[in-house]
Design a protein around this ligand. Structure first.
Ligand code: IMP
Length: 437
């Protein structure tokens, strides 16, 4: 038995929720290590729809412990909304805090982070809008690296919290007043709210790193659940059109305090096509070039954000970008999602290189200006007819054209597809090999 890390191999929304749900049955601990409630998974629990943004979707499996590690930016209000909704759905067999733990080192998202995120997006500063989820993610990470952040442990220690908030708010008010022409924030109501949240949070707070070390000593399998996607990584993504954390597999180490060997098999999740929400370069986007196909894929694939409801931009599978994801994450396997969405299209395309100023590029250019200007070079493959996705038990049950499409991807990337998803249901999945074994 070993550990597994799942990461988004594209721009997020690859279907990590489904993979985490499936793999959670093999894991004892499920860990969120970066990002915050900018992620979103829609799940159906006992016939009731539940959308989780912060708590790992492994929470639906009884007997698992879900950990929110130090690298996450933690919104306590959202956390309790989700906890209450899970309690109402009857998910927890005992007290919720026995199943969910939060690192004392995680940084807290406060109302002023959300306010600044919104103001920055609204005022469209020079350089353009990022199209954030407006959940305060970026401003909370800014405070973390600027060493003026509020950590979960501070909520439990009001005697320290007051001073820390005072320092943070003093700066924010200069920014609000003089830069955004907005009302200044008042310290006391935020302080009081934090103390109340801290009181309720107490039983959930733990030394998450210590729990993981013990789990590894006991050889208990751990699933590290990445949020967002490789190309949204703050260091390796399409900067500045990125999120503010390390979404790549390396983020699991810094974000939870475990050594490199702990992350185990690294499974990259990719859709059979590509989507992106928010602004930024997207070489294989077909919104204007193949408008009808884009609309069809968006409709069939229900490509609307689980967090913000925004329509996702749609494009063909970009193998150049995926090869980059294989490299930066050290992917050992791929989960190939939503292959059913492409069924019925007469032909499908994959991008195998880019053209830039008459030159052929086989790698993702690191300069954003170049990435904005590349032309995708496609290979066109025959599409496959609609088939009974619920009847898929073996690879041989799949249409030949779909198998060829998957072979093309595996050969180009040099990484095996370990899981194929052909629908939202658990039964619409072909687990080709089990990364936990
Ligand atoms: P932020 O994470 O809210 O700061 O947003 C920064 C960028 O990341 C924007 O382009 C968002 O649309 C994108 N983003 C953040 N979270 C997700 C996600 O879970 N899926 C897809 N895109 C995301």
């Amino acid at each position: 038995m070993r550990n597994v890390t799942v990461v988004g191999a594209q721009w997020g929304d690859e279907g990590k929720g489904k993979v985490v749900d499936l793999y959670s049955s093999s894991a004892k601990f499920i860990v969120r290590y970066q990002g915050g409630n900018n992620a979103g998974h829609t799940l159906v629990v006992n016939g009731k729809k539940t959308v989780l943004h912060l708590i790992p979707s492994g929470v639906l499996h009884p007997g698992r412990t879900c950990l929110i590690a130090n690298g996450v930016v933690f919104d306590p209000t959202v956390f309790f909304e989700e906890i209450d909704s899970l309690i109402a759905s009857g998910v927890f067999k005992g007290p919720a805090h026995e199943s969910v733990k939060v690192s004392e080192r995680a940084h807290v998202i406060l109302p002023y982070h959300r306010q600044l995120d919104k103001l920055r997006e609204e005022t469209k500063l020079k350089g353009g809008k990022i199209g954030t989820t407006v959940r305060g993610i970026g401003p909370a990470y800014e405070d973390k690296v600027a060493r003026r952040g509020i950590q979960v442990v501070d909520l439990l220690r009001p005697y320290l919290l007051h001073n820390k908030l005072e320092r943070a708010i003093e700066e924010k008010n200069v920014l609000l007043k003089h830069h955004f022409n907005a009302e200044p924030i008042k310290l006391e109501p935020i302080f009081q709210a934090c103390v109340a949240l801290g009181e309720r949070l107490k039983p959930f707070v733990a030394d998450v790193r210590g729990i993981l070390v013990q789990a590894m000593k006991n050889k208990e399998p751990i699933l590290f659940e990445g949020a967002q996607g490789t190309l949204l990584d703050v260091d390796h993504g399409t900067y500045p059109y990125v999120t503010s954390s390390n979404t790549i597999a390396g983020g699991a180490m810094t974000g939870s305090g475990v050594g490199g060997q702990a992350t185990g098999q690294v499974i990259g999740i990719t859709k059979a096509y590509t989507t992106r929400v928010g602004t930024g370069p997207f070489p294989t986007e077909i919104e204007t070039t193949e408008k009808t196909t884009a609309e069809e894929i968006r409709r069939i694939g229900a490509e609307f954000g689980a967090t913000t409801g925004r329509p996702r931009r749609v494009g063909w599978l970009d193998l150049v970008a995926l090869k980059y994801a294989v490299e930066v994450n050290g992917l050992t396997g791929l989960a190939f999602m939503k292959a059913d969405v492409l069924q019925g299209f007469p032909e499908v395309r994959v991008c195998t290189s880019y053209k830039l100023n008459g030159q052929t590029l086989h790698d993702l250019p690191s300069c954003i200006e170049d990435l904005e200007s590349v032309e995708p070079v496609y290979e066109t493959l025959p599409g496959w007819k609609a088939y009974d996705t619920k009847g898929v038990r073996r690879a041989e049950d799949l249409p030949r054209e779909l198998r060829d499409y998957m072979k093309k991807v595996e050969a180009f990337l040099g990484v095996p597809i370990v899981l194929l998803s052909v629908g939202p249901g658990r039964e619409e999945t072909l687990e080709i090999s089990d990364p936990f074994r």
